[in-house]
Design a protein around this ligand. Structure first.
Ligand code: ATP
Length: 975
């Protein structure tokens, strides 16, 4: 925001009947002749009369001291920011740590426990006096305090991480001209007076005015809700921050930034929050599991309470003892145990584990160049069965160079050395080279700019850069100078039309240039340049010959383009650019090498049961050649062209889809249709990559939309769930790997937690029934709850992925989260623990010869200690569900090691030093050893369980895929 105070509009300064905002002395001092408020009003009320009042765009540019050609001066940025504000929006401050503590304290069960603890303290003080009577209650309060702190620290850390990711999402770069040099700056660094270059797919970075450009169409729906696109021109020059360029290109003059823009004002009325993520499908699935387990817990807790109470009353009745305050304390304790059982049973750690695991994966993926915009995308990516990828930039490097050219009936192969360009000059007539150069330089949306170091660089799309760089080389050697003629009409490139055309005025007439997809341009031509550079009619044979040249270039994996021209006597800029009777100038073959590592990544996908499809706008032969090189197109797969695909009936598609590996010359709508067929007809999980504005519908429709960070437009990025910052296909495979890791980690955690739940519920319930007391007290149960919930989630949900994850097929949408293998492990471990703890409960005293007043306390401590060690060793077991070696890679996961070590240390402290609060007594070294041995036997049990043959569990055949596995679609209903 501007630091200069606002005043109201100056009624004295009525110009043309409009009150305008006065210019403060401070503003004038810097040489500016218009107030920030006046500029903001011009930007927001969109009245031409107000703009005219200031002399139009030129007038405004004078008043804010900017040259529309050279832009602002770098050294003025600070002043401009001070006067007109910065391009930042005031954000709601992020939530403080105490807010998280407050939220954690709001847990209903914890509140009930707190009440129990207070009642217990009060009753205890009456019955047993100070301080002894307080210990039980204080123990519970301390445990609640620990649970609250651990939960809030973990939540707070995550919120910080989301803020960091949100910041990353907002990093948008725009092209501006400053000091006459075109450069890229962060959207936040745009200032009033900046001359911004906009092209298709860009986000308008601030409010401003149209300076120049062609066919500029803006999508203002984000601001106005209007879905109809707005045509911006000199007659309607107002551009608004936050809107998107859907077609054309332009330069704009920034007149208002940040909170002075309409977008800023809108933002100030909205309540912003960071990381306000919707629940992921897995979280939804788990929430219902959690609710069910919680209900079972509630039933068990009620039963346990009733049994304890019943036994207490019966005993009292039989013994005929008097009622005393101590009885109230006992009942309060029973109630506390029941509530604690609910706390243990409610697996609040499940959704937490998902968020933790996803947040961890998101952070790791950020380091690996993938920005996950929606938390759920990461998890969905794990079950992707199809990846539809672009070719250009994703599979290839996007560093393009003209490699072959055919013109005047001569085909030339060009290397980077200048000799070949020289050769071209000697072989091709001068007039042909001239018209080719004219076409290259006039019919382009790229620009040759001088950087700060004075070096010439070409800015624009890689295809354009390749052509322009080739043109520059050719120009140097021929000494030919291209002239910038007045452009009468420009139809910029888009992937729907697959071509770009421009009309220029030349010596009293007009010349049209067009360049684009080779077959399309060839189809528009009826003349060619002969060996001497003369224009001659194109015969059928020549047309066929050129087609074979195109195919020859394409089968060498070259991207082919044709360039053509036509002279016109008259042309009205309101009419469409003609699409026939052109003269073909040349066929150009552009090399775009396959990225290193792509072949291996495609193989990894295939091994993981994921089908990779290439969907490209390029020529079918180029597409096939590249697809073969990447390993996408196999002998039994097919390549199809977009228009052919579009014409297929649903029945034909059912048969064809599993075989389609390449779709060439596809339009964005073909891409959308391809995704829809896989999703709707075959019920598959589909990931789609996209970079263009027109890819947005496919990106939205896919289960996971992946946009390209470098070549992707802002529109594509906004529609995507994941942004691949380096545009590399291998990064997408990385996301899949992490997605799978998240799923498996959650499974491991569920397996671990269910085992603890089952054992804790059953052992407390049965001992309550049989011996009238619960072996695990409220404080002990709270500690166990922390081990299995927050700490368990941290330890198990953050396991990094390992290679085997990519050797099994993707999880299907309707697959159960808890597999049979998991049930085997859960039931096996629970049985072992129940038997051992049961033996301890009922025969422990005898076995360990425990006598005296402390016998009960020692036994209960032994039970508690053994129970905790069983969980600790089982946590290690849970690292692997199938494999016997559970220690693999354990030292690479420091969080896991830290949590296990920390838990052991705290367990020792609880038993040896905090007995007063935790109802434990110090244990002899022998009893410590017993607990550890009992715990460690669970590891042997795990090995035995893993050896149970799959047939016994009636599992599906081994999930390791054969090397040549190609997933066949299920039936049309996904059966
Ligand atoms: P994808 O990125 O989807 O793999 P692509 O980049 O090859 O494919 P498009 O951008 O739709 O797909 O391009 C299709 C065709 O249009 C190209 O094969 C090329 O012949 C032509 N083309 C590409 N860029 C331009 C351009 N700037 N001007 C004119 N024609 C172009």
């Amino acid at each position: 925001m501007s630091r200069f105070p606002r005043t109201g509009p100056d009624q004295e300064a009525l110009v043309g009947g409009i009150a305008h905002w006065p210019i403060s002395e401070e503003v004038r001092k810097f040489g500016f002749n218009i107030s920030p408020d006046e500029l903001a009003v011009i930007a927001s009320n969109h009245r031409m009369s107000r703009l005219t009042l200031h002399g139009g765009v030129d007038g405004i540019s004078n008043k804010i001291q900017v040259s529309l050609k050279k832009g602002i001066k770098e050294n003025e940025i600070k002043t401009r920011e001070a006067i007109y504000g910065t391009n930042k929006y005031t954000e709601k401050p992020s939530r403080s740590f105490w807010k998280f503590v407050w939220d954690a304290l709001h847990d209903l069960t914890l509140i009930i426990l707190m009440v129990c603890a207070i009642v217990s303290v009060v009753v205890g003080l009456f019955t047993e006096g100070f301080p002894k009577g307080m210990y039980d209650g204080i123990g519970i309060i301390l445990s609640i305090f620990l649970v609250v702190i651990v939960t809030s620290v973990s939540d707070y850390r995550q919120s910080l991480q989301f803020i960091e990711l949100d910041k990353e999402k907002e990093k948008i770069y725009v092209h501006v001209t400053r000091d006459g040099i075109r450069q890229k700056v962060l959207i936040f660094d745009v200032v009033v007076g900046d001359v911004v270059h906009l092209s298709i797919g860009d986000q308008v970075p601030a409010d401003g005015l149209f300076v120049s450009g062609y066919a500029l169409m803006i999508d203002e729906s984000s601001l106005t809700g209007e879905s109809e696109h707005v045509h911006i021109s000199h007659h309607k020059p107002f551009l608004r921050s936050g809107t998107k360029v859907v077609d054309g290109s332009a330069t704009m003059l920034v007149t208002a930034v940040g909170m002075n823009t309409e977008w800023g004002k809108l933002m100030s009325t909205l309540t912003l929050s960071h990381g306000g993520e919707d629940e992921t499908p897995l979280q939804v699935k788990l929430n219902s599991v959690a609710t069910l387990i919680g209900q079972i817990g509630l039933a068990f807790a009620t039963l346990t309470f009733l049994v304890l109470l019943g036994r207490f009353f019966v005993e009292k009745y039989i013994n005929g003892t008097e009622w005393s305050a101590k009885d109230a304390s006992t009942i309060v304790n029973y109630f506390a145990i029941a509530v604690t059982i609910i706390v243990v049973a409610v697996p609040e750690g499940l959704p937490l584990a998902v968020t933790l695991s996803l947040a961890f994966a998101m952070k790791k993926l950020m380091d690996a160049q993938a920005l996950v915009r929606h938390l759920s995308a990461c998890e969905t990516m794990g079950s992707a069965s199809h990846i539809c990828t672009d070719k250009t930039g994703t599979l290839t490097t996007n560093h393009m160079a003209v490699d072959k050219i055919w013109l005047c009936e001569v085909s030339k192969s060009l290397s980077s050395t200048s000799d070949t360009v020289k050769e071209l000059h000697s072989a091709i007539p001068r007039n042909a080279i001239s018209v080719l150069l004219q076409c290259i330089f006039e019919n382009t949306s790229s620009e040759v700019v001088r950087g700060k170091d004075g070096k010439k660089t070409v800015l624009g799309s890689p295809t354009e850069i390749a052509l322009l760089e080739f043109g520059l080389k050719l120009e140097d050697f021929g000494g030919d100078q291209y002239q910038k003629n007045e452009k009468v009409k420009v139809e910029p490139f888009n992937s729907e039309k697959k071509m770009m055309s421009v009309v220029i005025s030349v010596h009293g007439g007009y010349r049209v240039f067009c360049k684009g997809a080779s077959e399309i341009i060839l189809g528009m031509c009826d003349k060619i340049l002969d060996k001497e550079g003369n224009i001659i009619p194109m015969s059928q044979n020549q047309s066929k010959e050129i087609l074979s040249i195109i195919n020859e270039f394409a089968s060498e994996a070259l991207r082919t383009l044709c360039v053509a021209f036509r002279d016109l006597d008259a042309f009205d800029s309101r009419e469409a650019i003609p699409t026939s009777r052109y003269t073909l100038i040349a066929v150009v073959g552009i090399k775009d090498p396959v990225r290193p590592g792509v072949k291996e990544s495609v193989k990894t996908c295939m091994d993981a049961g994921i089908m990779v499809h290439m969907i490209t706008g390029d020529n079918i032969n180029t597409a096939k050649a590249i697809a073969k090189e990447c390993g996408i197109l196999t002998d039994d797969g097919i390549a199809i062209e977009g228009p052919v695909f579009r014409s297929k009936s649903p029945e034909e598609l059912k048969e064809l889809m599993p075989k389609i590996q390449v779709m060439a010359r596809s339009s964005p709508l073909d891409k959308l249709m391809f995704v829809e067929v896989w999703k709707d007809m075959f019920n598959k999980v589909v990931a789609v990559t996209g970079d263009g504005t027109n890819d947005a519908p496919a990106l939205n429709r896919a289960d996971i939309g992946v946009a390209m960070g470098i070549s992707g437009t802002e529109v594509a990025k906004e529609s995507a769930d994941v942004i691949v910052l380096d545009d590399n296909f291998s990064t997408i495979v990385h996301v899949v790997r992490w997605g799978r890791a998240v799923y498996v980690n959650i499974q491991k955690f569920v397996q671990f937690q269910l085992t603890v739940n089952i054992v804790a519920l059953i052992i407390n319930f049965f001992s309550a029934c049989i011996i009238g007391s619960a072996p695990l007290t409220a404080v002990q149960l709270l500690w166990v709850n922390m081990i299995m919930d927050t700490l368990g989630a941290l330890a198990l949900a953050t396991e990094p992925p390992h290679e085997e994850l990519m050797e099994s097929p993707p999880v299907k949408k309707d697959d159960n989260l808890i597999t049979k293998t998991m049930w085997r492990n859960i039931i096996g471990q629970s049985l072992y623990q129940l038997v051992v703890l049961g033996v301890l409960v009922f025969c422990g005293k005898k076995i360990f010869n425990l006598t005296g007043t402390n016998a009960d306390a020692t036994l209960n401590t032994l039970i508690f200690n053994s129970f905790v060690f069983c969980q600790l060793f089982n946590e290690i077991n849970s690292r692997e569900m199938e494999k016997i070696n559970v220690f693999e890679g354990i030292f690479r996961n420091w969080i896991f090691i830290g949590i296990i070590t920390g838990t052991v240390i705290f367990q020792v402290i609880i038993i040896e030093f905090l007995g007063t609060f935790a109802n434990t007594v110090p244990q002899s070294w022998k009893l410590w050893l017993v607990s550890i041995i009992i715990g460690s036997i669970s590891m042997i049990i795990a090995v035995i369980l893993k050896c149970v043959p799959d047939e016994l569990l009636k599992l599906k055949p081994s999930i390791v895929l054969p090397k040549d596995y190609v997933p066949l679609p299920d039936g049309p209903d996904g059966v």
